[in-house]
Design a protein around this ligand. Structure first.
Ligand SMILES: [Zn+2]
Ligand SMILES: [Zn+2]
Length: 130
């Protein structure tokens, strides 16, 4: 043991973030963060490295390892979902199975299409095959 005051270690930190941006709402959601920390002991010159990855759990309960596989619901705006938790409606919108997909006699539809009058849904269903 030495009576000399200890010299504080020097730390440098590199931080990388992955942000999911919804172009319709212009909001960003940080879905992954990685930090790399280098700690140098000035007394001995020794270095230690600490790397940490922070991953997000999707709304449907899966761990988002690959950010490119994530989806956002275009009806309610919630994100992130795994690709298994959403479905593309015949109108083209990606809707979450959690709250925004409704199944009726025309099949699964997003809430926007399900709110259309019956004759409009029938017309869209008929013209979809033309
Ligand atoms: Zn939704
Ligand atoms: Zn739809």
């Amino acid at each position: 043991m030495s009576d000399l005051p200890s010299i504080p270690s020097i730390q440098t930190q590199d931080v990388r973030r992955t942000v999911l941006v919804n172009p319709n709402r212009q909001t960003g959601l940080t879905i992954a963060t990685a930090t790399e920390t280098v700690i140098v002991d000035p007394a001995t010159g020794s270095r230690s490295f600490v790397a940490t990855n922070h991953l997000t759990v999707t709304i449907d309960g899966t761990v988002a390892v690959d950010p490119t596989s994530l989806c956002a619901c275009e009806v309610c705006g919630q994100a992130p979902f795994s690709s298994e938790a959403v479905m593309r409606c015949t109108c083209g919108r990606v809707a979450c199975k959690l709250t925004c997909l409704v199944t009726d006699e025309y099949g699964p539809l997003c809430r926007v299409c399900a709110a259309k009058p019956w004759w409009r849904k029938a017309w869209d269903w008929i013209t979809d095959f033309s």
